[in-house]
Write a protein that binds this ligand. Structure first.
Ligand SMILES: NC(=O)c1ccc[n+]([C@@H]2O[C@H](COP(=O)([O-])OP(=O)(O)OC[C@H]3O[C@@H](n4cnc5c(N)ncnc54)[C@H](OP(=O)(O)O)[C@@H]3O)[C@@H](O)[C@H]2O)c1
Length: 231
């Protein structure tokens, strides 16, 4: 993938479908070079229309060996945006009383531990000064707002992601911006057909918010319209 000093670039983690795929096409549509990670090849057909502007890499964020194999393939690049989007909904209809240890482990690894672990490893690839590292969280991770009445395990996993991200930022030495983003309630496999907004609306908003925060060196919890969410 050819890249020139004034062509912006993004790394989107978890880009096979839904919001991750939407972020890839939104950035590519704005002329950026995009590295998109997927768990399974072939990558979505939607990538084809952008030709060499999009490069695909294989990555399951819970697979330590896959992470170690992935890092050398991107280590010489500096990205304007690294967006860790991958996530799962967790076991349907389960709560703390009924969830199995294996289900809990998969949910918390995917939604909380693996994203932040990857964040530590990807900091050197975020452009110093103007670069942004974004985590896809949810408003359901807000202890203040979620109320605890819906999908308690998923909510807890996103609260854990938020807390781990705050600890990660407290340790961060790099001069970058970190954002914890809520995409809205979006019509994807996870969000369902009855959700409020479509993927295009969400990702346009997310990318606009990130663009407005470049160089701010804050850590904020924001929705796709730029509205602050209480932790
Ligand atoms: N949709 C909403 O309303 C909503 C609201 C708030 C927050 N979110 C968050 O937004 C993010 C994307 O959600 P979505 O609605 O687009 O969900 P989705 O359609 O279910 O897509 C989830 C994506 O995450 C990937 N993924 C899951 N586990 C992974 C792993 N271990 N390693 C690498 N990739 C993995 C999936 O890859 P595969 O195709 O290989 O499974 C897929 O690309 C999630 O973090 C979700 O929690 C969504």
């Amino acid at each position: 993938m050819a890249n020139t000093s004034n062509t912006k670039s993004a790394l989107i983690i978890g880009a096979s479908r839904g919001l991750g795929l939407g972020l890839v096409t939104e950035y590519a549509g704005r002329g950026w070079h995009v590295t998109a990670t997927v768990r399974r090849l072939p990558a979505p057909d939607a990538f084809a229309q952008f030709g060499q502007q999009i490069k695909t890499e294989m990555l399951d964020i819970n697979d330590l060996a896959a992470v170690e194999a992935f890092l050398p393939r991107v280590k010489d690049q500096l990205f304007d945006v690294v967006f860790i989007n991958a996530g799962v909904g967790g076991p349907e209809g389960k709560n703390a009383e009924t969830v199995t240890p294996a289900e809990m482990s998969d949910l918390f690894m995917t939604n909380a531990i693996s994203p932040v672990r990857l964040g530590y490893k990807l900091v050197p690839l975020v452009k110093p000064g103007s670069g942004i590292l974004a985590f896809m969280t949810s408003i359901l991770g807000s202890v203040t707002l979620s109320g605890g009445t819906y999908a308690q395990l998923y909510c807890a996993s996103k609260s854990a992601l938020n807390q781990l991200t705050r600890s990660f930022v407290a340790e961060l030495k790099a001069n970058i911006t970190v954002l914890s983003m809520h995409p809205g309630w979006v019509r994807t496999d996870m969000g369902g057909a009855g959700a409020d907004i479509d993927v295009a609306t969400s990702v346009k908003g997310l990318v606009d918010v990130l663009t407005s925060k470049a160089g701010s060196h804050v850590h904020e919890y924001l929705d796709y319209r730029g509205k602050t969410i209480p932790w």
